[in-house]
Design a protein around this ligand. Structure first.
Ligand SMILES: *[C@@H]1O[C@H](CO)[C@@H](O)[C@H](O)[C@H]1NC(C)=O
Ligand SMILES: *[C@@H]1O[C@H](CO)[C@@H](O)[C@H](O)[C@H]1NC(C)=O
Ligand SMILES: *[C@@H]1O[C@H](CO)[C@@H](O)[C@H](O)[C@H]1NC(C)=O
Ligand SMILES: [Cu+2]
Length: 233
């Protein structure tokens, strides 16, 4: 389920990186909305993004928190969006330029608020976007996360135009690959209500389990590529 990343490995030494991050805001067809901000009190926040605890990565690929972060079970609101419209996610100060960006969706149900009773664990997820190494070499090349940084710390995706209407989770996942053999996962989820005349739903064969899509030991994410032992950044 991870073809782009499967063959891109990083074997490198790296100093520990203190600063991490996540999504602060979403643009829904051009309209900026607050995400949940983990360093403000939860009370008073009205977010389309499920609550998450801090800027740290998830490193255990079997963790329930891999689904929508920790606790990842709740958002006060949802955003209505037309199929075919664009969503941007804003990651202020995102520090890592070596790594992939993957965007997933999961169907919650037909009603606008259906995601509030759907926790997302299990084989529900289809990929709508993924990008890894875009050009150049592993060390100095342009990765999706470098593109994100260059684009004012934003990542844009389009809701598939023919997708059947209904409530969906949208799960952005940054996979930072700067630490040797230790991919870092930064997942966050938003509640959407997709409106459109399409009637397409991904078949079973397109659905992946989260957790479970990534190998337990992360080897799938670790390529050798002849740079073992060297600093990548
Ligand atoms: C962006 O997110 C931050 C943190 O959640 C929030 O304080 C701010 O109001 C948001 N801005 C917009 C335009 O939604
Ligand atoms: C979702 O529910 C299942 C079944 O109750 C549970 O095993 C799983 O840990 C839950 N996931 C999250 C992220 O809470
Ligand atoms: C970057 O994006 C943020 C969020 O939309 C916006 O407030 C800011 O003005 C943008 N900066 C530039 C240089 O475009
Ligand atoms: Cu980090």
């Amino acid at each position: 389920m991870a073809p782009l990343i499967r063959s891109t490995v990083i074997a490198l030494l790296s100093s520990a990186v203190a600063g991490h991050g996540g999504i602060w805001n979403y643009s829904i067809a051009g309209d900026w909305r607050p995400g949940f901000f983990p360093y403000y009190p939860a009370e008073g926040q009205h977010s389309i993004q499920r609550h998450w605890i801090d800027f740290s990565p998830i490193v255990d690929t079997t963790s329930p928190a891999l689904v929508c972060n920790n606790p990842g079970d709740y958002a006060e609101e949802y955003a209505t969006i037309d199929a075919g419209a664009e969503i941007q996610a804003y990651y202020p100060g995102w520090p890592h330029d070596i790594g992939a960006v993957v965007v997933w969706m999961a169907y919650c149900g037909p009603d606008a608020g259906a995601c509030s009773s759907f926790n997302g664990t299990g084989r529900h997820w289809f990929k709508i976007d993924e990008a890894g190494l875009l050009s150049g070499g592993m060390r100095e090349g342009l990765w999706a996360q470098g593109k994100l940084i260059a684009n004012n710390n934003t990542w844009a995706v389009t809701v598939p135009e023919t997708l059947r209407g209904g409530a969906y989770l949208m799960r952005h996942e940054l996979v930072a690959l700067h630490v040797p053999f230790k991919p870092e996962f930064y997942p966050e989820c938003a509640h959407l209500y997709v409106v459109g005349s399409g009637d397409e739903v991904p078949g079973e064969e397109y659905l992946a389990s989260i957790p479970g899509v990534w190998e337990d030991d992360g080897k799938e994410l670790l390529v050798h590529a002849g740079v073992g032992g060297e600093h990548l950044c």
